[in-house]
Design a protein around this ligand. Sequence first.
Ligand SMILES: Cc1cc2nc3c(=O)[nH]c(=O)nc-3n(C[C@H](O)[C@H](O)[C@H](O)COP(=O)(O)O)c2cc1C
Ligand SMILES: [Fe+2]
Ligand SMILES: [Fe+2]
Length: 394
Amino acid sequence: MHRELTKGVYYIGVDDHHTEYFENLWKLPFGVSYNSFLIVDEKIAIIELVKGPWAQEWIENIKEIVDPKDIDYIIMNHMEPDHTGALPEIAKIATNATMVYTRMASGMQESFYDVSLEQKIVDDLEEISLGEKTLKFVHAKFLHWPETMMTYLMEDRILFSCDAFGSYGALNGKHFDDEIDLRMIEHESRRYLSSIITSYLKFIQRGIQKVKNLGIDIEMIAPSHGPIYRDNPMWIVERYDRWSSPELENNCTIVYGTMYGFTHRVAYKLKEALENLDVDVKVHNIVYSDMSDIIVDTMRAGVIVIGSPTYDAYPFPPIGTFVDELEGKRFAQRPMGLFGNYGWGGGAIRKLKPRLQEDGFEVLEPTIRVRGKPNDEEEEQIRHLAKEIASKLG
Ligand SMILES: Cc1cc2nc3c(=O)[nH]c(=O)nc-3n(C[C@H](O)[C@H](O)[C@H](O)COP(=O)(O)O)c2cc1C
Ligand SMILES: [Fe+2]
Ligand SMILES: [Fe+2]
């Protein structure tokens, strides 16, 4: 199946309704699309490919419009295999095509696929003429890999922005922003940004600034996942801008684990104490919330509180995974609260506190260690911690 974006420019991507977790990590309740585009001019170009198992469906889409043997350029904005897995398949057919990418992508291509088609390494802002249409390549380092670029179709003013401005959610034949319920996309694109790009938020800001500075008109934004924005391209740019801004939000998110409910009890007592102080609070039980939703609600929370029972003298293992995530995703500095629960020697907070401090976070006092249900003194500590949090959020 294909769809015309504008004269001579086609959507030839595919929907994935099978993969349960993107990157084997992030849930996909509505699937995901691998967007790919075909431009037919004197020269024929493809921008982005699809994930390996979808190669045949994708090649069928191309065949609806042109003979894939006639493809002149295979443009790869990004080497991650969700966009390039089909390269070896198309390379067998489009034997005269030239692969177009950045210098760093070239090395990755060799290591990932070792396809021996001709290649053209493009510099930042270099252009290629396809006949009537011209492509300009805009390097977008670390958005979200180091080799990434975007491609701008100058005459039609379409920005093929790669993963930037992308979203989870398959398209189901509705390719454009004006055909889709954007409330779903608002949630799925924020979850996408948070799970995939949080480590590189400043590169989103740089990318947006760079495109603005180029002074180019943008009529359509065509990312590599999710809808194409033709009705209001700024809708997604504004959201990506806001969600990646370094400013933290004036709220607190509590993330806790629990086996038998004791830590849960402390979490909700703290929530109540915070709400009594008019603090906006979100709470996640780490086992029942998807990590991507937890990242959405913590990446910009003014204060994060972590609660963990002790498990074999260590924090509850999924809490350790959350701390791995906030380290890997380079969460901005902010105050952190900690509370734990134990049965005998404890250990969760003893391990978590220095780890967070080494990461540079200010750990608020009191750090609360409860044995089972909180006693009066510990109830007082909960109220005390709530006051500390409220004062930090001011
Ligand atoms: C598998 C398992 C391992 C545990 N390991 C420890 C431990 O090493 N040290 C400790 O003080 N308590 C340990 N505990 C006890 C719990 O930390 C304690 O019961 C706590 O109150 C549980 O909180 P929860 O109800 O929120 O799960 C362990 C409990 C379980 C089930
Ligand atoms: Fe990617
Ligand atoms: Fe991607």
